[in-house]
Write a protein that binds this ligand. Structure first.
Ligand SMILES: C[S@@+](CC[C@H](N)C(=O)[O-])C[C@H]1O[C@@H](n2cnc3c(N)ncnc32)[C@H](O)[C@@H]1O
Length: 320
């Protein structure tokens, strides 16, 4: 997490007893694990917003940092100035976005939950980035005919799962209308992956080009009981550890995502789909390849340049 966000969160949550937040965290995580559309907002009270910020913001920030970083790496031409975070809650995506694209000038969050919006606004109030400081939370409920404010990039992270099935495509369509680049992130579970896949199909049908993670617009080749997902390492703050009754200093947050752009760009190399298997003198990579197939590739010492690069490559990176 950025040092500045960590300090802002600490200051925001300073008065709160971890013993009081822990049961709220427990209730929220049980609700998110259970999944399913929410008939009413899940984050209702100030305690809900605080608990969410304490235990989820470090993770959603880390994931968004990875995802937006991949978007920027694949498509340096994007250079967005305006960003819309749909269902942005306490605004983790904004903090990741200004680090990824320091030239952003305008940030808008479209959100239904009042206390989450207030908490997010308090967090950005003392930020050094002028764009963060002037971020606006627009109160609104996503519905079948919602028109979203226009932006260069629109993000939708950990929201699709809370929406009724019939609304998901409509929200993706509204994002296509509103933004040149659409970013969708979901938990790295089979169900989260399926929601991302449905959004990807929708984006491609609308003529969008996939910038990440897929190096192609063909049908997803991952089949059977497997699912496409990635992992981000999240350093836990002491409050984070307390409210989750956790002992480890970090956790690995699994996620699925898609970034699609209006203007087509060159596709990434192949995408590394698993932790590389490193053995003496060789690295085995499972790749989503540019021809739209999954392939296992062995890189051996016999190709010293490729081998050196393969020793450093990580799950989620492009290859080569
Ligand atoms: C799990 S939280 C994710 C928050 C944030 N995007 C993040 O990644 O940390 C889901 C958010 O979506 C918002 N949301 C869910 N359904 C919504 C709707 N129909 N209209 C507006 N916001 C909605 C919730 O209020 C909540 O803030």
């Amino acid at each position: 997490m950025s040092e500045e966000l960590r300090r802002a969160l600490e200051a925001e949550l300073a008065g709160q007893k971890s013993a009081a937040l822990a049961p709220v965290v427990e209730r929220l995580s049980a609700r998110y694990r259970e999944g399913g559309a929410a008939s009413e907002p899940i984050l209702r009270t100030r305690a809900d917003a605080s608990a969410y910020a304490a235990y989820r913001m470090p993770a959603t920030y880390a994931v968004l940092r990875h995802v937006l970083g991949e978007a920027a790496a694949q498509r340096p031409d994007l250079a967005p100035r305006t960003l819309l975070d749909v269902g942005g809650g306490t605004g983790a995506a904004l903090w990741a976005a200004v680090e990824t694209w320091p030239d952003l000038t305008s940030l808008t969050v479209f959100e239904q939950a009042e206390e989450a919006s207030r908490l997010g606004s308090r967090l950005v109030a003392g930020a050094t980035s002028p764009a963060l400081r002037s971020a606006r939370w627009v109160r609104g409920v996503l519905g079948p005919t919602t028109a979203l404010p226009g932006a260069d990039v629109a993000t939708l992270s950990y929201v699709l799962g809370e929406l009724p099935q019939a609304l998901r495509d409509k929200v993706v369509d509204a994002m296509v209308e509103a933004a040149d680049t659409v970013v969708v992130v979901e938990p790295g579970t089979p169900a989260g992956y399926r929601r991302v896949l449905a959004a990807r199909d929708r984006l491609i049908a609308a003529g969008r080009s996939v910038a990440a993670p897929c190096p192609h617009e063909a049908a997803c080749p991952i089949a059977g009981s497997d699912w496409c997902h990635f992992s981000a390492r999240v350093a836990r703050t002491s409050l984070h550890r307390q409210v989750k009754s956790a002992t480890l200093g970090h956790e690995d947050e699994k996620f699925a995502y898609v970034v699609a752009t209006r203007v087509p760009g060159p596709h990434a190399g192949n995408r590394v789909l698993r932790h590389p298997l490193r053995r003496k003198g060789m690295v085995q990579l499972r790749l989503c390849a540019q021809d739209g197939a999954v392939e296992d590739r062995v890189v051996s010492k016999r190709d010293p340049d490729a081998y050196r690069a393969a020793r450093d490559v990580e799950w989620g990176d492009p290859w080569p």
